[in-house]
Design a protein. Sequence first.
Lengths: 277, 408
Amino acid sequence: MKKYLQLVNFEFNRIVKLFTVLLGITFVAQMIGVVVQSRSYLNLANEKMYKEMMPQAEFLESFGQMSFLQIAKSSWFFGPIALCVAGVAFYIFFIWYRDWIGKNTFIYRLLMLPTSRLNIFFAKITTILLMTFGFVAVQLIMIPIEIMVLKAMVPNEFRLDMGVMEVVTIIPELTLIFPSSFMQFIFHYGLGLLAVSVLFTGILFERSFKWKGILAGLLYGALAVVVLLLPLLLHEFVLNNFFYPIELLVLEIIMGLLVLSASIWVSGFLLKKKVTV
Amino acid sequence: MKKYWKFMSILVVILLSIGTFYVKSVTSEENHPEFVIETQSGDAKEIEALILDGYYSDTSTMNYKSTNVKISSEGSTYERRSFLDQIIGEPPAVIKEYQEKYRTFMRGKGTDLNSFSETDQVLAYADVDYKTDSFHSHDFNFPISILNKEDASVQSFTVEIPDSENMDYAFMEDVQMIEDELYLITNNMIRSSEGSYDEKHVYTIDLNNQTITNDETFSQVPERQEGNHIVAHIIRTNPTEAHDQMILLEKEIKVIEDHESSYREEVVKQEGISYNLATKEKESIPMSDLPIDSELSFFDGSSIYFIGVEGQEIVVSPYHLADGKAGEEYRLQLSGDADHGSAPMTTIKDGKLYLSGQQINPKLNMNATDVIVADVKTGDILFKGQITLDDSEAKNQYELYLHEIHVE
């Protein structure tokens, strides 16, 4: 356990720079987004009301109130989120390959550590999770701050106030990141964890057998998808809708856990017996 | 511990932030207003068995999520649909009960109540199944299952649907089980060179031989022919009760061009037909000229109640099948503006007609909606009331939409 924590700490310290830089970019870009969107709305209001002498009520009627939705739908808001997603996706691969590149191959030292080699796998997957949840958590803290800035900039009568929960439930892309119930949260990120574990196994196949390993990794991924979908496929095409939905859900959870443990087992095997430096 | 501070602090941020978010999402149950059925006249006991299902949505925020609401004599209860409910689905109450009672039998069966028929001895199920490829549908057949309640034995078989070469689609309208015969009432859409049309069929299935012994066709109604067309409806019954009669309402509808590109529909002729499933006797039912709403009308096994809406009034004309006589027509007065909002919902149980409006939306000036219970034979009002907000101070930006009325 202690070795595992040490490894997680070690892995996390290696990404902390990338992590904070991405968070910084997100914060700055989203803040700019709030200011730019509020400004442009206020400018529009000024122009219509003072230059064209449009009454306030008429302006609100035709242009609507300013709400956080306008900000959340802009690329100032979504751009950095996409960047963070890309960052995590990139790092899923880089977290392994960085150990093999460079002058003194680091993986050599990692593999020599007096601990189970599976701990390396666990530490790396934990780091990916920490990074992902870190982005999610900090974004949840940023939204209320951004709402406060919006409140400070746009006067009351031009504003439609919304809570974090509302913002997050209205925009479908955000519901994907912040599902509205905890159970759904577990399912979304559980599926993500599963996908990462399968990818890790694929990477270890490649590291063990080089070119042939890529093929083996792809086959493993395809197999994982088939196993995961097996209950659904059987239910739909062979068994004539035999299962009740709740049974299907339980079967899917079992299949998910099965694929996860298979990935861990195969990765452990590859790390112990096959991986080459 | 000190050397772990970076990842420990991000862990704390994660737990606090995401934790707070989900704790809040559970505890910050939106404040839903209380709806009550306010008695205006009559006995409030009459509505004790009445339950109305609907959706409530708050239109003041831009959050278009609606919440399920049940309204009864005891007020309103809200049900937030959990993630699990969304996955599991919410079949109608009767189907849910079947699924609990006959778990094995109900496997792989749809959740449409029309496909089931229950008697004291059996639970019968029949559906329409067919394959579709890019050009047309084919291989039409009826998967049939009969559960014997006493010994829990199941008889399952499939019957090919005859004359289905030109069928586009078909669906089950009703299933009835009388003695050893199963009656399947379907709506078949037939392709022809002049366009397609609907047919109502009654298939008689002999359970011992597992074959179709009779196929009766009703109302081959051409779809939209030069202004005039005929629509046919089967009058509603209580889906959990067995009936040996089928009541069909046929309407000839004329499309009138009012102004340029504005059309109006007028019922030119309407005809009622009663059909005895077992004896296969057809009888014509004399009908008044009043416009009848086939969605509202009801057949309780012995009498048909043709129901129509005329301005602010609900017109009910009973017809007693046994002696072939029309009963006395009566009218129920609705309050509120009939111009907006949809027609009310009706149901009949134990000799009582239950009626409820469908919509409350203060923005459209609909602040309340009627609930009426009347003696279905005489039209005497037993209860009259309105669904209103308990708290008149509450905000007025909301919409209540009721979609189901049932009596327990």
